[in-house]
Design a binder for this molecule. Structure first.
Ligand code: MG
Length: 263
């Protein structure tokens, strides 16, 4: 687990941190804000398929390989099958939808001075394209995105460019959270996630929300159970909003919300 002292060098810039907020929402993108993980979608449909992809996820969860190396292999299986970056972007714009409660959640946060920051292991150009398509350019441009990037060559071939190539996480999400802890009056930090890419952030939030995957594989919940990390299971952002509202209004303490275990 990375700490401040061993912060990996970032190859990509960070947006300025919000220094004067009482509450901050940081959220994973794929499979958390979206209904389906776009990288899983690409790997399953254009790359080497779901079976091998799940082997990769479980290998990360079991500590046998790093997220960085497993994830790069998944995306390479898409690129090496001849699918260009533009083609992938278009496919995802057509097929990836938002969590049904996210728009309402985001609107409430905007109205109540709670910044929403996307912290993703995906590639920023794809996230921007899908987000603009779903919430409109204006709302999309107001949400900070801290993610990885892509290297796209003139011949259309592409690969992921990791924010933290020296970290086994590729993008160590804790680095988006820890600067807030150093502020003189640190805000309460809510983090939302669903999968192995969120493991680096899981321990660092004040309130960790883990998305319920109906009939699916909930890798983050499994990780939290294994390591005794307290969290709140949520079905969609409209359910989570109830808990966030109660904490922001002071009607519920963080401990009470976590003790309930479910949004
Ligand atoms: Mg995810």
């Amino acid at each position: 687990m990375s700490s401040d002292e061993t912060a990996p060098e970032s190859t990509l810039p960070y947006p300025p941190i919000h220094t004067d907020k009482k509450f901050i929402v940081l959220s994973d993108w794929d499979g958390t804000i979206t209904n389906y993980d776009s990288n899983d979608y690409m790997t399953d449909n254009l790359g080497y398929g779901k079976e091998k992809r799940r082997e990769g996820n479980l290998s990360v969860l079991g500590g046998k390989t790093t997220f960085r190396d497993a994830f790069r292999e998944m995306l390479e299986s898409v690129s090496s099958n001849g699918h260009t970056f533009e083609e992938c972007k278009e496919l995802l714009r057509k097929n990836i939808l938002l969590d049904t409660g996210f728009k309402q959640f985001n609107t409430w946060c905007k109205e109540n001075d709670v910044p929403v920051i996307i912290v993703s292991s995906g590639m920023a150009p794809i996230i921007r394209a899908v987000l603009s398509n779903l919430v409109g350019d204006k709302d999309a441009s107001e949400i900070d995105i801290i993610a990885n990037d892509a290297v796209v060559r003139p011949n259309g071939s592409w690969e992921i460019k990791y924010r933290h190539p020296s970290s086994g996480y590729g993008h160590d999400k804790s680095q988006a959270i820890l600067p807030y802890r150093k502020l003189p009056n640190p805000p309460t930090l809510f983090f939302f996630g669903d999968g192995v890419s969120d493991i680096s952030a899981a321990r660092h939030a004040d309130v960790l929300f883990v998305k319920e995957k109906p009939g699916g594989d909930n890798d983050l919940a499994a990780y939290c159970r294994k390591h005794g990390i307290k969290h709140i299971i949520f079905e969609d952002f409209s359910r989570a909003l109830g808990v966030v509202k109660a904490i922001v209004a002071g009607e519920k303490t963080i401990d009470e919300a976590i003790a309930a275990g479910k949004a």
